[in-house]
Design a protein around this ligand. Structure first.
Ligand code: ADP
Length: 391
């Protein structure tokens, strides 16, 4: 009896032992699996964070350079590489090894002493004259120890170019305004000094004054138009425009100027309608026609017509005057550009007419171009989206 009980107890103990061992091993396996899952997740989180960081750095418009505590490159984003036109791997290199720019190496040394340097400008003459602004700062850990350096590069090239264009524009405008103004001033002074006593001189001088005052007025009008068009403040009022009728209307306005020079105006415009701002389009025709008469030859011809190609209409204004030299063809649409300055001024030109034409056509979604053979005339063409063909 006691023996049987002993055997039973022993069997139970052995059973419990194996059950406990099996469940202990299962718990251990589970714990290991849990640890592995946790480690995998952590690794994934680190990889995700790094990938996110990389995406973030690479999406920045500014060039970013991170240096470690030994001043070696730890990270250079995509914008940085494109600013410096570098494809090679930069990790681990010093600034001098990677870029060979003493000024930047010097800047990093300054950051070491000063903690940060803002608004530092570098000119990269080697690389298409780029101008960069650099902001640099030391990176410190929570204990205040230096961990590295961060440098942010901002491309100022476009901004500087815009600034130069603006300065040139202001200088041009001042010059254009000053010329008629000083003429007016000069003639008024001469009249006041006694020239007014001669009726013939008085009449002649007053006419010069009147012409220059008109030129000033025209220049100011053109300047206001250009500034409105360039700032995008102009909203087009699009309506159906009958091109042939519009050309006829503009011809009527120029009939006198044309006949004064013996120029024939020929309307070859087919029956076409476009979706356009009629007043702006009238200005385009007026500027091109004015030029064709002004710069065309005496007793010549000015023809306006169009052809339809696909979804757009190509309008042309053609003269048979002296034409435009090839080296000026690309430049005539620039503000204040003139092939012959004296001739343009003498004709009362502002140098802004074709620039206004270009802006208006582009605002309609079209394009302008010019072709010319010296001695045979010039053809100015522009495209417009077509609406319907009545002819
Ligand atoms: P402007 O007020 O001087 O006429 P535009 O911008 O209208 O200014 O024209 C720029 C320059 O292009 C003119 O000064 C002239 O030299 C040249 N030009 C324009 N149209 C013609 C043309 N039909 N034939 C020859 N030259 C032209």
């Amino acid at each position: 009896m006691w023996f049987a009980l002993f055997i039973l107890a022993l069997a139970a103990a052995i059973g419990i032992h194996f059950w406990w061992r099996a469940s202990f091993q299962a718990r251990q396996r589970q714990a290991r699996a849990d640890i592995e899952t946790f480690q995998r997740r952590q690794q994934q989180t680190t990889i995700d964070a790094k990938a996110q960081q990389q995406v973030l750095f690479n999406s920045m418009l500014e060039g970013l350079l991170l240096l470690d505590r030994n001043q070696r490159i730890y990270l250079a984003n995509r914008a940085f590489k494109s600013l410096f036109a570098i494809q090679a791997e930069l990790r681990g290199k010093t600034i001098m090894e990677a870029l060979r720019i003493h000024e930047l190496a010097e800047l990093v040394r300054r950051v070491e002493n000063e903690g940060q340097v803002f608004d530092y400008e570098v000119q990269l003459a080697r690389l298409t004259e780029r101008r960069l602004q650099v902001n640099a700062a030391a990176i410190r850990n929570s204990a205040g120890e230096r961990e590295g350096t961060i440098l942010v590069f901002h491309d100022l090239t476009r901004l500087k170019k815009l600034e130069r264009t603006r300065e040139e524009f202001v200088a041009n405008v001042s010059h254009e305004l000053r010329t008629p103004l000083s003429l007016i001033k000069g003639y008024v002074e001469t009249l006041l000094d006694g020239a007014r006593n001669n009726p013939e001189t008085l009449e002649r001088f007053l006419k010069i004054i009147e012409r220059n005052a008109q030129r000033l007025d025209l220049l100011i009008q053109d300047l206001l138009t250009i500034s409105a068009l360039e700032s995008g403040r102009v909203t087009l009022e699009l309506h159906t425009v009958d091109l042939r009728a519009l050309v006829e209307k503009v011809f009527n306005d120029f009939r006198q100027a044309a006949s004064g020079k013996g120029v024939s105006l020929i309307n070859q415009m087919p029956e076409l309608t476009v979706n356009a701002d009629v007043h702006r389009l009238e200005q385009v025709f007026a500027n091109l026609l004015d030029n064709a008469i002004k710069y065309g030859r005496a007793n010549g011809e000015v023809t306006v017509g169009a052809k339809q190609a696909g979804g757009s209409v190509e309008v042309f204004v053609r003269d048979n005057g002296p034409g435009i030299p090839p080296e000026s063809l690309d430049r005539v649409f620039e503000r204040f550009y003139r092939v012959d300055k004296a001739r343009s001024r003498e004709q009362g030109g502002t140098g802004l007419g074709l620039s206004i034409v270009k802006h208006i056509v582009q605002a309609h979604g079209g394009d302008v171009r010019v072709e010319s053979t010296l001695g045979q005339g010039a053809i100015f063409s522009f495209t417009l989206p077509v609406m319907a063909n009545k002819g």
